[in-house]
Design a protein around this ligand. Structure first.
Ligand SMILES: [Zn+2]
Length: 111
């Protein structure tokens, strides 16, 4: 199952500027983030002084058939670019470690 892109994802331009996607169809949530569809737009806070990246429009590569209201769902692995044509670095936030594995490592030894 390919991973849909949500508003939880960390989206960066090549200058490490952070992007924020505005979900146009805020209907389907995964881990508290809205799933993004094609033509969703985002804004980038880019540190570049000359010709900074200002935003992006998400495009689907068409590798999945999942749609919301006839618009294709964007995958984390879909290739997307900034409005000035630079590649975006997209990573979905890793899930939190389960509490049981935390407890296993931090329990004091029994003597
Ligand atoms: Zn940039």
């Amino acid at each position: 199952m390919p991973q849909p892109l949500t508003t939880n994802a960390i989206i960066k331009c090549p200058h490490q500027g952070l992007g924020t996607t505005i979900p146009s169809l805020p209907k389907w949530q995964i881990n508290g983030g809205y799933v993004c569809v094609e033509q969703d737009t985002g804004t980038i806070v880019c540190p570049q002084l000359n010709n900074p990246c200002v935003g992006y429009t998400l495009q689907s590569m068409g590798l999945n058939a999942t749609k919301i209201d006839e618009r294709k769902v964007i995958l984390v692995t879909d290739f997307n670019k900034t409005l000035n044509g630079l590649p975006l670095d997209i990573t979905e936030k890793p899930r939190r470690r389960s509490r049981s594995s935390f407890r296993r490592r931090h329990l004091p030894h029994r003597w």
